[in-house]
Design a protein around this ligand. Structure first.
Ligand SMILES: NC(=O)c1ccc[n+]([C@@H]2O[C@H](COP(=O)([O-])OP(=O)(O)OC[C@H]3O[C@@H](n4cnc5c(N)ncnc54)[C@H](O)[C@@H]3O)[C@@H](O)[C@H]2O)c1
Length: 315
């Protein structure tokens, strides 16, 4: 028998606080800060999962450019018959570029995916803290900055954690969840529910420099940079040898260009400073390329030149 209205209103809420938070997040809006390669990917998969997404960057124009990139990526998926046109339209309709984080007052979760610099992230957290609601969660996509330390700049350390997506976000399945010392169980449960709704495979990592994947990956990329700088081999030969010899989908220098050399350098510095272990010291070649503004694919030049139809090794 269907319950009467009076029964429904009088019944105590059977959901626990973490469950209530999960239920609210199922319905609500996600904020994404940073519309670069990661932020755009996070916005795309969130919108594809049915969330309304507010997308912010340093300006409305940058946020719009992020959405334009998502539109192109979705058009390619339609061409390849991976999604239908209606899904593309619905996904794009879910994404709203905004002028600034000040628009994120209604968000259940805000994912920060801005440049990998602690000062940048801290300034963003201070801004977004002014508008976040009492239940809102702030999650950082940082590749390496300690979560407990970042939490000190957040609106509430209990409602702050690391949510580390992989590049390209729509393709890569894992997601590392990192809790800080003060992160609450309810926050972890809610972010897990969000990640699972995106179809991601959750892994949990402790708050140690580089977490899991970058702790293992960055020393390999950094070593490839040392090998290049010491004249062991050319860009092409280092990549080809590692790709074929290690049975990886691409060589370490190609991967570094794809991730962004600026991001690789920041992560390596965090590993070096966080552990104090000289094995993580950044390779001079990596430092020089970043100083030159050669960040890889995103600047059309890194270990390869991307200005033509095919990438060309630069040394
Ligand atoms: N590239 C990767 O493979 C990868 C993988 C996992 C995690 N990450 C992490 O994701 C984050 C973003 O990396 P990315 O590769 O997308 O970098 P990116 O350079 O492509 O994008 C960064 C974006 O942040 C924006 N930004 C800078 N300052 C801002 C501010 N104050 N407010 C709002 N937006 C701001 C920039 O304009 C840019 O659009 C970093 O923390 C990085 O470590 C990167």
């Amino acid at each position: 028998m269907a319950p009467r209205l009076a029964d429904c209103t009088a019944a105590p809420n059977p959901l626990s606080e973490p469950q209530r938070r999960i239920e609210r997040i199922k319905m609500q809006t996600i904020g994404v800060i940073g519309a670069g390669q990661m932020g755009a990917g996070i916005a795309q998969v969130s919108a594809q999962a049915g969330y309304r997404v507010l997308l912010a960057d340093v300006s409305r124009e940058r946020a719009e450019a992020g959405k334009a990139g998502i539109a192109k990526a979705l058009a390619r998926l339609v061409e390849k018959e991976k999604i239908v046109e209606d899904a593309r339209t619905a996904t794009l309709a879910n994404i709203e570029p905004v002028d600034s984080v000040a628009a994120m007052g209604d968000c259940a979760i805000v994912v920060e995916a801005a440049t990998e610099r602690e000062g940048v992230k801290r300034a963003i957290f201070a801004e977004v803290a002014k508008v976040l609601g009492p239940d809102a969660i702030l999650a950082s996509n940082t590749s390496s900055i300690p979560i407990t330390r970042l939490a000190q700049a957040a609106h509430d350390p209990a409602r702050f954690m690391g949510v580390h997506f992989f590049n390209p976000v729509p393709v890569m399945r894992p997601i590392e969840l990192i809790r800080g010392l003060a992160t609450s169980d309810a926050t972890v449960a809610a972010v897990e529910a969000y990640a699972e709704r995106l179809g991601k495979q959750v892994v949990h990592a402790n708050d140690a420099p580089g977490f899991i994947v970058n702790r293992v990956l960055m020393p390999m990329i950094n070593e490839a940079c040392f090998a290049l700088g010491e004249g062991v081999a050319s860009v092409r030969d280092i990549d080809l040898a590692c790709q074929l010899g290690l049975n990886h989908p691409m060589g370490p220098l190609t991967l570094a260009d794809f991730i962004g050399l600026d991001t690789c350098l920041e992560i390596t510095r965090v590993l070096f400073e966080g552990t104090g272990d000289p094995k993580f010291r950044p390779a001079p070649v990596l430092v020089k390329y970043v100083e030159a503004g050669w960040f890889g694919r995103k600047t059309k030049r890194g270990f390869y030149d991307y200005s033509g139809a095919e990438p060309v090794p630069t040394r």
